[in-house]
Design a binder for this molecule. Sequence first.
Ligand code: DX5
Ligand code: ZN
Length: 221
Amino acid sequence: MPRPLIAPSILSADFGRLAEELRAIEVGGADYVHVDVMDGHFVPNLTLGPPVIEWVRKATKLPLDVHLMIEDPDASIPQYAAAGADLISVHAEACTHLHRTLQLIRSLGKRAAVALNPATPLDSIRYVLGDVSMILLMTVNPGFGGQQFIDAVLPKIRELRALAPDLDIEVDGGIKPANIARVAAAGANVFVAGSAVFGQPDYRSVIGALRSGAESAAAAA
Ligand code: DX5
Ligand code: ZN
């Protein structure tokens, strides 16, 4: 199984001090910056777009893990790629021609990933596993930070890990130091954490707690 990676979501950061927040997670040991893009249509919330991502790109050396919660992503993927995304996740529920969308991301030199809502079965990605660097399994319904982890996704994580032993499996929503070990034991290895990180006074210690929880479970698996 690939090694655990911690991806703080800036959705819960203080946007008035974004550069400082990005520095703090970088020195605190984060592996990726998770950037949540919401369009007010695919999800009932509106966040940020390519111009903000350009500033994030300038403010950190960490890879940018851009999670597009938007309808018709093909139209704007080139802009997200140009803004500095390293990895681009699109929702299977938002893509009519998912294979084509993944090829578009890869043709722009970026790593491609597919995100699935909690109720979406693995069947929708079974035939594109060879075209992705990562699968993102939502562990809350997308749209907001600070929601409760949905336990019913655990069997889906296990099933995907059995199907793809070497693939990065990212989980997003409700991940905390208190539950990360059992999510890692199910087979996830990339952990998004928004409110768990930015809600704390010391980012280094919470990122460390997340990593050691994930590593202990991975070692026991
Ligand atoms: C939810 C977003 C998440 C969110 C996670 O739609 O995709 O990335 O920021 O926040 P927490 O970790 O607070 O559940
Ligand atoms: Zn996200």
